[in-house]
Design a protein around this ligand. Sequence first.
Ligand SMILES: Cc1ncc(COP(=O)(O)O)c(C=O)c1O
Length: 426
Amino acid sequence: MGPQELLALDRAHVWHPYGPMPGAEDPLLVSSASGVRLRLADGTELIDGMSSWWAAIHGYRHPELDAAVRDQLGRMSHVMFGGLTHEPAVWLASRLVEITPEPLHHVFLSDSGSVSVEVAVKMCLQYWRSTGRPEKRRMLTWRGGYHGDTFHPMSVCDPQGGMHSLWRGLLPEQVFAAEPPAGFDADVDHDYVRHLADLIEQHAHELAAVIVEPVVQGAGGMRFHSPRYLHVLRELTAAHDVLLVFDEIATGFGRSGALFAADHAGISPDVMCLGKALTGGYLSMAATLCTSGVAEGISQGEVPVLAHGPTFMGNPLAAAAANASLDLLLRGDWAGEVRRIEAGLRAGLAPAADLPGVADVRVLGAIGVVQLDHAVDMLAASKAAVAHGVWVRPFRDLIYVMPPYVTSDADLARIGAAVVAAAEVG
Ligand SMILES: Cc1ncc(COP(=O)(O)O)c(C=O)c1O
C-alpha cells in the first residue's frame, strides 16, 4: 500500500492520542527506526528528540534488545500468569526490587502506565479496607500532575489539564494541593510546606494515599521541583497514617539524573509505579511495587488477594525486553550519559532564552524544556524542527525534548538548534 493510501485510511479510521475523528492533521509515516533516527516513508531521517515519549532510552533496533526479544520469541511469546509463572517475569521482578528504594519488595506487572496507577490506587484503597478503615478512600495530589488517561489516574491529573469539568460527576473527587514551587535547586518554601501539612492533617481521616510524580511533573506541565518536598511528604504521610505513592513512570531509569527520582531525596514511598523506559521502549509493560506492609495489610482482609489480573500480565516478550534493557542500563555508565546529555541540552537550548515569546528554559537530567508565554503553534513548531532533521511533539506552551541516552553530541547539537528554531516560529 502506498503512503497516500495509508494516510487516507489512517485519517478515516485510526484514532491518534488526543486526536479528533476523522484526523485533522496528517501524521508522519514512519517506515523504520534505528539508533536515534526515525526513517519516514519518503526516506527522510529524523533524530528522535522524544524517545517515543520517554521510553526508547537505548534508541531503536538495539542489537541486544532485538536479540533478547527474538530469543524469547523462540521460547514463547505469551502465557497466562494465573497459576503459571516464568523466568523472564520472575527475574525482572526480583531485579526491580533490588534496584528500587528499600523496602519495596513486591511487584505487580501490568500492561501500561495508566493501569499501573490504577493498580497503585487499588492497592491503597484495598489496604485500608482490609485493615478496617474503609473511609480512607480519597487520594491527595498536587496540581500540575499527570498520571494517565483511565479514570482513577485522570482523577489525580491536574484538574484543568485533565479536563475534570468534562467528567464532573464521574471522576472520584480527590484532594488537591497547589502546584509545588518550581525549581530543582530552589529553597524550600515554608508556606507551601505548611499548606501541605494543613491539607494532609485536615483530610487524613479520609485519605488513602498521597500520589505524586517525584521531582519532575511531566505531561502536566514539564515542571521540576525540589526533592526536599518528597521528604516533607514522606514525613507528613507517615505521621498521619496515609500511604505515599510515587509515579515514576516518566522519571524512572535515570531520566532525571538519578536512577529513580526518589533517589534524589533518598527516601522510599509505600507504592511506586514504573513504565515507559522499563522495556527500553520496546513493548508495553508497567510495574507497581509496594512494601511488605501494604501487601500484608491487603492479605489480612475479607478478600485476602489483590483483586486485579490483566490477561497480558507479566508478558514474557516484554519482560525479556525489560531484562535486556536493565542489563544495558546498569552495565553502562547511564549516569555519565545523562550528565552528558544534560550539558548538551543546556548549551543547545540556551539561545532560546533570548527569543521573544520565551518564558523559561530549563533542563534537568536528560530533559530539556522551552516554555513559551503563549500556546505553541504546534504545526509550525514541529515543521521547523523537522526542517532541522529532528522530531519533537510540542504541547500547550511547551517545546520539550528527552532524547535517547545514546544520542551523540553532534545529534544533541542538532536537537538544540531544532528546538530553538521551533521556539522562533512557535
Ligand atoms: C507520570 C506518568 N504517569 C502515567 C502515565 C501513563 O502511562 P501510559 O501512557 O503508559 O498509560 C504517563 C504517561 O505519559 C506518565 O508520564
